[in-house]
Write a new protein. Sequence first.
Length: 300
Amino acid sequence: MAPFITSDPANMGNPKAEIPWYLEILERIPPLAQRVLQDYAGLKEDEVKAHVMKIREKAWASSPYPCIGLFRFLDFSLPDSPRYADVLERLKSGQHLLDFGCCFGHDVRALITDGVPAENICGAELNATFLDLGYDLFRDRDTLKSSFYTANIFDENDKLWKERPEGFEVIHAGSFLHLFTLEGQKKAVLALLKLLKKQKGSLIVGRQHGSTKAKEVRNYLYKPTKESAENGRLDTFFNHDSESFTRMWEEIGEEMGLKFEVKTEWGTWGSANGMDPAYYNLWSWEDKDTLRFKFWVELV
């Protein structure tokens, strides 16, 4: 039986236009993504793969990122969290969630598939094309009642901050904070905290790249443009270890007069989604010390 997504054992990708993070073949779809695309989007089992490939090619033409080229959007982040059952219970009881950096809004649709009222979920994404293609991927352009915003985490003049001043009890940041330098991550967290309700139990949950030892690493996606600078995308990322990640939140808490309980779980991603663990072996272009972790940060 073929592994999920790809059988590339060396994790080299297949270059397209000399970009290594592009896989030509989608061999199998992870079970959770298959379920959402069938049960929520209404696709037949034998229609799913071709439909995903069609949307992926449209997204790649606009934004040739690893999350698109490697089909990472099929490995949903939020259902993979150790706090997912808690998040479901909170949202079903009336709390609200913001998915910041939501890409196609796939985690939003997973929540709805699992019984969360769509009105209790909001998505935000810098790339408006991703939001538009999300409606095509899940075939719900005229029916979805969740709200979506085009938003830059470093521009609090965007509509999201103005239209949702009441804030959210839960914020999801999947594969998002690691896009920035350490200073950029701190600024992004401060912006997210302005959208989080300041009450005991409010929760920020997500996952990101880390490292055996905290350090700056080369940003292999970097292009020196004005747009990159405005979006906080510089020529390096910062990969945390457990200590530096916790310390970042403690420093921010001291600055804002807040106290957080910070938890991390290190290892592979996607286990709850039925992902093949080999998919998250070190890809050839990643720093040799790269690790992956899940986190949850709760106001106490």
